[in-house]
Design a protein around this ligand. Structure first.
Ligand code: UDP
Length: 239
């Protein structure tokens, strides 16, 4: 399958049409942004790692019965995916308090949550992706009640699969962001699963102030060793 015209360029990926109207090709870049684009940089080799890692995760999830957009990896940076209509919600699952959750509710980072939580942000750069609840999402016609129920069910199933997968690799899955799309009226997991979109902490370090992040927090928080952290995660998953 070959790239035709570019349809879209996002912060970390470009999307191209293909000869098949049901498929597009995503091409992963090394560009990194944080704080809604306010911080910009390059993480050398990130595009290759995120492409391959995301595909491995999607393939693993498919085996567990979770429908995804993944079709076929073409090269180091390019992958064929189903052309979905993205539901404009960022779906965030958390197992341990960190980042904006810690700030918003005054909970120390690294506090294990009593149950895994879910929250939605409305995908809208101009508004800075504001937090939104189910009723608001319905009121704004962002998704139907059935779709929201399906998204929640799938997101928690993804959490269970990923927690188990990373536990074996001595990594604690703190939180992550998913996006879902509609493909022929069915909800499928889309976007990516990578250190850009997940918090991965070296196992057993989540209950201390001195956890070791193996994810984009190293870039966001200027912790150094950004490329090494991406490479380490990739190595552990068998990449
Ligand atoms: N996240 C993401 N994209 C976003 C916002 C968050 O991939 O635009 C991921 C982030 O990597 C983390 C989780 O979602 O794994 C929760 O992020 P949080 O809400 O704590 O936001 P942050 O602290 O990153 O601003």
């Amino acid at each position: 399958m070959e790239k035709k015209e570019q349809l879209y360029e996002g912060k970390a990926k470009k999307v191209y049409a293909t000869e098949n109207p049901d498929y597009v090709i995503v091409s992963y870049k090394d560009d990194a942004t944080a704080f809604n684009g306010a911080k910009r940089g390059t993480i050398v080799g990130k595009g290759v790692i995120n492409n391959k890692m995301s595909n491995m995760m999607m393939a693993m999830l498919e085996k567990k019965g979770i429908p995804t957009h993944f079709v076929e990896q073409l090269s180091d940076r390019d992958t064929v995916v189903k052309k979905v209509q993205i539901v404009p919600l960022e779906v965030i699952i958390r197992n341990v308090a960190a980042g904006s959750f810690s700030k918003r509710y005054g909970v120390k980072e690294g506090t294990k949550l009593a149950i895994p939580t879910i929250e939605f942000s409305y995908k809208c750069d101009a508004l800075d992706d504001p937090l939104i609840n189910d009723y608001h999402a319905l009121a704004l016609n962002l998704a139907s009640e059935e779709e929201i129920a399906e998204i929640k069910r799938l997101a928690f199933a993804v959490n269970e699969a990923l927690i188990a997968f990373f536990k074996e690799l001595n990594i604690d899955l703190i939180d992550f962001k998913l996006e879902f799309g509609r493909f022929h009226d069915k909800i499928v997991l889309a976007d990516e699963i990578s250190p850009d979109t997940c918090r991965f902490w070296e196992a057993g370090t989540w209950d201390t102030e001195h956890h070791t992040s193996l994810d984009k927090d190293r870039f966001r928080r200027d912790l150094g060793g950004v490329e090494d952290a991406y490479a380490e995660i990739f190595k552990r998953i068998g990449g």
